[in-house]
Design a protein. Structure first.
Length: 319
């Protein structure tokens, strides 16, 4: 296999991971009871993005081992779609290689996110809407209801504020109470009915409040797995000219928690444009000019401190 083939395959896979994680994080921050399709979009993107990210990390680890071979298709299939098992394996890689500053987030909310997405990826809940139509469907599990009960409610218990709830109640008193004649037909994530304007306003305010926190928890998981990918890529670059600069794809995911809550679109547009241009320039240069090893790869620490895209020195581009 030629160096260009390996370079291009890793570049494509890295962009696939970035786009799926970014789209999933963006969408999960906007999910609402009246638009269940957004939940499905987020679940598809996140389950694929996390699975491919973990498998990319594991195959890079294999390539960095003594035999220097990437994982084969049978090895990758053995991991299946269980995201908890995959993240456990990636965590062991980070520990074994003593990767600097890499720590997996392990709260109950993080573990539940991986479990719900694993069930969706493994077809346990993916076809709920169709399976529930069958007579023998009593065991079917609704992934949206699971997410609401096991992810959204714990997030609200941990982060919702009395001030926010009081503000919502003032709005309900000012708008919904005088509008008692308004008739509402809506369904919650768990299948309950919303029949009046006050219930609609409370549920909408709840969705607005929880969105940034859902995005943060998802991106914390993305930060962990993409940091492992970046560190392993840097390790391989010391001896292999066929490994692209993978951190250039993922440095937006190394922002801090405040940015995860504040920024609604992922990867953030300005950072994504810079990253795409840098990765593209590296790839084009790699095809025409001999590879040279940089003195130090581009790091993300300064970006996390300043919350602004750090200039990317072209010392790493083939000269």
């Amino acid at each position: 296999m030629t160096e260009n083939v390996i370079w291009e395959a890793l570049r494509r896979e890295s962009d696939l991971v970035r786009q799926h994680l970014g789209f999933g994080a963006t969408t999960i921050g906007t999910v609402r009871f009246e638009r269940p399709g957004l939940y499905a979009q987020a679940f598809f993107a996140l389950s694929i993005g996390f699975e491919r990210a973990a498998k990319l990390a594991l195959t890079l680890d294999a390539a960095a081992s003594e035999n220097g071979q990437f994982l084969g298709s049978s090895d990758l299939r053995q991991y299946g779609h269980n995201l908890i098992d995959l993240f456990d394996a990636v965590e062991q890689v980070a520990i074994a290689r003593n990767l600097d500053g890499v720590q997996r987030p392990r709260t109950g909310i993080h573990e539940t996110i991986l479990r719900v997405l694993s069930d969706f990826a493994s077809n346990v809940t993916r076809y709920y809407n169709l399976e529930i139509l069958q007579p023998a469907s009593s065991g079917a599990r609704d992934p949206i209801a699971l997410w609401y009960e096991e992810v959204i409610k714990p997030i609200l218990r941990a982060h919702d504020t009395e001030k926010r709830r009081e503000r919502t109640e003032r709005s309900v008193e000012a708008i919904a109470a005088p509008s008692s004649a308004v008739f509402v037909v809506a369904t919650t994530e768990t299948g309950g009915s919303i029949a009046d304007l006050s219930g609609l306003m409370r549920r909408s305010a709840e969705a607005n409040a929880v969105g940034p926190w859902q995005r943060m928890y998802v991106l914390q998981l993305a930060r962990f797995v993409t940091r492992v990918i970046s560190e392993l890529g840097g390790l391989l670059q010391r001896t292999r000219p066929d490994i692209p600069f993978l951190e250039e794809f993922f440095y937006p995911f190394q922002l801090d928690d405040g940015d995860f809550r504040r920024l609604k679109v992922w990867p953030p547009t300005e950072l994504a444009t810079l990253s795409e241009r840098s990765a593209s320039e590296s790839a084009m240069s790699r095809r025409t000019i001999a590879f040279t090893r940089p003195e130090a790869p581009v790091r993300t620490t300064a970006l996390r401190r300043t919350h602004a895209p750090a200039p990317i020195e072209r010392t790493h581009a083939p000269g």
